[in-house]
Each structure stands twice: as structure tokens, then as C-alpha cells.
Write a protein that binds this ligand. Structure first.
Ligand code: ZN
Ligand code: ZN
Length: 215
């Protein structure tokens, strides 16, 4: 059993089509920057994940299955917008086909971007669960635990109880796509309540994404 860790590889360009935290989201034509249901301010873009839909057969299907998951969370009034909740409207996870994306126009008001753009490398570690893979990686490479920025796929390592969301379109349990740590530097990190983790889900057939965090 392996865990695919997302580890910090240094700064990357704000517009790079790579898996990263921070920077500017790459979006399809007609994109509207998500706004918070509670405070109506523009959300903060926190992460872009390059993912593949499972089960795609053949080159055409595989190309169609190449997606980008973009995660947004309100930080205009931290703690007051139910931004941890998958259904309250204080965050969004958007699933886009990977082809033809361009950098989004960034709203001029509100807390919209993180102050650091972190490149992410995906490394398969021969250990489960996640926290064990994380400490194995840290020991093997002599790097701090904080350089592990999360995991891609696998099984969620819940800090509280299992909160796997149901797809808003088909009502099936959504697929776990990634777990996010707050970040390697507290000055530029995401805010998941202080030491929390974010959890990203998707229903690829319905093109739905979902996000929540626990601490
Ligand atoms: Zn808000
Ligand atoms: Zn669905």
C-alpha cells in the first residue's frame, strides 16, 4: 500500500499549469470568481490540483479525463463564513477540463490570493496511513514534516469523523481527491483553524467538486 504525498519543491510561477498552492487559478472561458454565500466577498484561491478521472479508457477518454481541481475558500472574515463546511457556501472546489485554461482576472477587492505560490511534487511512499507516510518521507529525505503539503488520492486521514460529502447532482458519495495541509510557513499558510487539514472531493461524471476542512 502506498500513499502519494504532495511535497514542497520550491516557488513556481503564479500562472503555471502545475499542482500548486497559491498563485492565480487557471480557468475556462466564462469563469466567474466565486463569492462567499455568507459575506458575499470574493473567495481566496488556495490550491490548484492536476487530477485524472479514474477509469478512462483510450487516448481520447484519457484526454477528456485530465482535469484541474481549483479550491477556493472565503478569508474575508476568517471563522465567520462557515468556510470549513462543504455545503454552506463559504468555499468552493471547481473541476475544469485541463485544455484551454487561462489565468483568471483577479477581483480587486477582498482576500483573493495567498502570499506565496508553492510548487508541489507528488511522491509515492510505501506506507499507509497518511501520517505514517508523512513521517517516513521526512526521515528518509531529512526534510521537515511541514514540507509535506498533503496527499493526492488515497484515503482521507480524518482529524474528526468521516465527513465524505454526497454529490449535489447524483447524491452518491464523492471521490476523495486530495488532503491539504495548511502550509510549510505559518506566515503564508492557509487557514484551516490552526493545524487543520483540508479535504478535496469530486464527482467526475457530474463535474462537481467539494471542499471541507477539520481541525
Ligand atoms: Zn465570507
Ligand atoms: Zn455526481
Amino acid at each position: 500500500m502506498t500513499t502519494t504525498l504532495m511535497t514542497y519543491i520550491g516557488p513556481v510561477d503564479d500562472h503555471a499549469l502545475v499542482t500548486r498552492t497559491g498563485g492565480v487559478p487557471l480557468v475556462p472561458a466564462g469563469f466567474t470568481w466565486p463569492r462567499c454565500a455568507a459575506c458575499s466577498g470574493p473567495m481566496q484561491f488556495i490550491a490548484q490540483l492536476l487530477v485524472n478521472a479514474p477509469g478512462a479508457q483510450g487516448a481520447e477518454a484519457a484526454a477528456a479525463a485530465e482535469c484541474v481541481l481549483s479550491v477556493f475558500m472565503c478569508q474575508n472574515d476568517p471563522g465567520l463564513c462557515d468556510e470549513w463546511d462543504p455545503g454552506a457556501g463559504g468555499n468552493r472546489a471547481l473541476l475544469f477540463p485541463r485544455a484551454g485554461l487561462t489565468p483568471a482576472p483577479v477581483p480587486t477587492e477582498g482576500e483573493t490570493l495567498l502570499s506565496e505560490t508553492c510548487g508541489i511534487d507528488c511522491t509515492a511512499i510505501d506506507a499507509v496511513p497518511y501520517h505514517e507516510a508523512r513521517s517516513n518521507w521526512s526521515q528518509t529525505y531529512g526534510r521537515p514534516l511541514r514540507d509535506v503539503l498533503g496527499q493526492l488520492g488515497g484515503a482521507p486521514a480524518w482529524l474528526q469523523h468521516d465527513e465524505t460529502p454526497a454529490c449535489p447532482s447524483c447524491a452518491q458519495p464523492m471521490s476523495f481527491m486530495a488532503q491539504l495541509e495548511e502550509g510549510r510557513d505559518h506566515r503564508t499558510a492557509m487557514n484551516f483553524g490552526g493545524g487543520g487539514c483540508g479535504y478535496v472531493f469530486a464527482c467526475v461524471p457530474c463535474k462537481e467538486g467539494s471542499f471541507l476542512w477539520q481541525c
